[in-house]
Design a protein around this ligand. Sequence first.
Ligand code: SF4
Length: 549
Amino acid sequence: MAPNAGHTAKTRQRRGEGQWALGYREPLNPNERSKKDDPPLNVRARIENHYAHRGFDAIDPGDLRGRFRWFGLYTQRKPGIDGGRTAVLEPEELDDRYFMLRVRIDGGALTTEQLRLLGELSQTYARDTADITDRQNIQYHWISIEDVPTIWRKLESAGLTTMEACGDSPRVILGSPVAGISADEVIDATPAIEQIRDRYIGDPAFANLPRKFKTAISGQQDVAHEIHDVAFVGVEHPEHGPGFDLWVGGGLSTNPMLAVRLGAWLPLAEVAEVWAGVVSVFRDYGYRRLRSRARIKFLVKDWGAQRFREVLEREYLGRRLLDGPPPRVPEHPVDHVGVHPQVDGRYYVGGAPVAGRASGSMLIAAAKAAERAGAGRVRLTPQQKLVVLDVPRGEVEALRAELAEAGLRTDPSPWRRGVMACTGIEFCKLAIVETKAKANTLVAELERRLADITDGIDHPVSIHLNGCPNSCARIQVADIGLKGQIVTDAEGRQVEGFQVHLGGGLGLDAGFGRKLRGHKVTAAQLTDYVERVVRNYVAQRNEGERFAQ
Ligand code: SF4
C-alpha cells in the first residue's frame, strides 16, 4: 500500500459524508442545498405575508415539500390514491391542497384551557380532526394555508407552537406524563424540558441538523428512551443523589438501533447544556450526504460510546462528565392508563381512545370533564393516551364516566390499551396501507373474540400498526409489530397487508421483534392472525412470563 493510501481513503470517506466539522460545508444533496440557500425558519414570514393571502397555488415547491415542515406543516395525501401507487407517483401527484399541522407539546403537558383551545381550533379549521400521536403531539388534518397564520396566533396566545414540530430540527421533547406527581419517578424532569424548549427551540443554531432529532427526558422509564437520538433517564447516583443517565443513538425506521449509554451522570441543572452539546455534535459531525444515513445513530454506531463522549466533553462542554450507574429497569411497560394515586394524595386518571384517534370534540369534552372534577392539568402520552392530573378522590368516578362518554375509556380492554397506529393512508403520502380504521376494527373484534381469555392477560400485548416501513408507530419494539406493505393473497392478487415482527420490546425486553421470512398477512386476515398468535401465547405462557420472553 502507498504510504498515504489509508489516510487518503479516510479523507475521501469523510468528505463523502459531508460532515461540517471536517470542513465539508458544500451541500451534497438537494435537501442540504435547500437548507443552506434559504434557512427553513424563514418560511414563516412567507406563509404569513404571502402564501396565506395568495393561496395554495402560490406556494414555492421548495417551501411546500421542504421548509414548511419546520412549522409542522405537510401536505396530506390526495384522497383516492391506493397504496400500490405510493412509490411510483411523483410527489406532486400525491399532494392534496390541504395540510397536516402538528402542534408540538413538549412533555405532553397541557392545561385544560390549552386542551380546550386545541379542540376549538380543530372544530373551526380542521374538520374536527385532532389525533394524539405517539410523540405526545396533537395532529390536525384538512388545514388550509389561508388559515395557518390565524391558527398560529391563537396557539401562541395560549403558549403553544408548531415550530420545529417536523423538519431537520429538534422535535418535540418526550417527557413523563406524570412528572412531579409520581411515586415511581427518581426525579422530576420538567424544568429541564422547559429550559430546552425556551432556550433552544427556534434557535437558528439548531435549526439545520442533518436530519430530525428526537429527545426523551424522564425521571422514570415511560418515554421509550431506548429509541431516541438523545435521552436522559432518571437515576440515583450513590454519592450525588437523583439525576440523569445519558443515552444517545437510538432510532427505528428502516435501520433500527437501540440507544447506548455514555456512562455519564448529570444533575438536573446540567441537562439543557449537555443536550445542546449532544445536538451540536450531531449538527457538526452528523452525516449529511445520504438522507438514509443522516440520523445520529449512524455516527454513534461508527464512533462508539466512548469516542462520542470524549468529543462531547472535549469539544463542546470543555469538561468531563461524572460517571454514573445505569437506571433500574422496570418489570413492565408503563402507560398511565386507569386510576393511580399521586404523591400529594390526589389521583391521576388515564383514558384510552383507540389508537390515538381523537377529535376536537373529544378534547373539548375531556377539558370540560377535567375542570368539572377540579383538575386544571392534562397530559398526552407516548402511547397515544390522555391523562387528567390532580383529581380529588371524590371526583374520580364521575370523571371516569365523563371521559368514557367522550371516548376515553379508563378501564379499556387490553386490546384497546395495547394497540397503536400511525396516520396511514388516510392522510400520509408515504403510506402503503390503511391503519387507523384497521386498528379500530381489530380492537373491536379482539374484544369480542377474546373475551374468554382476557382475564389471563395481566399486561396488554402491544400491537402496533404502521402504514409503511418508516415505523412512526414503533413496530420493531412491539410484541406484535405490523409493517404495512402490499402482499399477495391466496388468489395471487396484490392487496394491502403487513409484514409481521414478533417479540420486540423496551425496558427489560429491549430488542427488536423477529421478522420471520415470509411472515406476512393480508389486511383482511389480520384479525384472524392476531387472534391465533394471542391464543397461542396465552395457552403456552408460564405464570408471569412476558410476550417477548
Ligand atoms: Fe406515514 Fe409511514 Fe409514518 Fe405511517 S409509518 S405515518 S405511513 S410515514
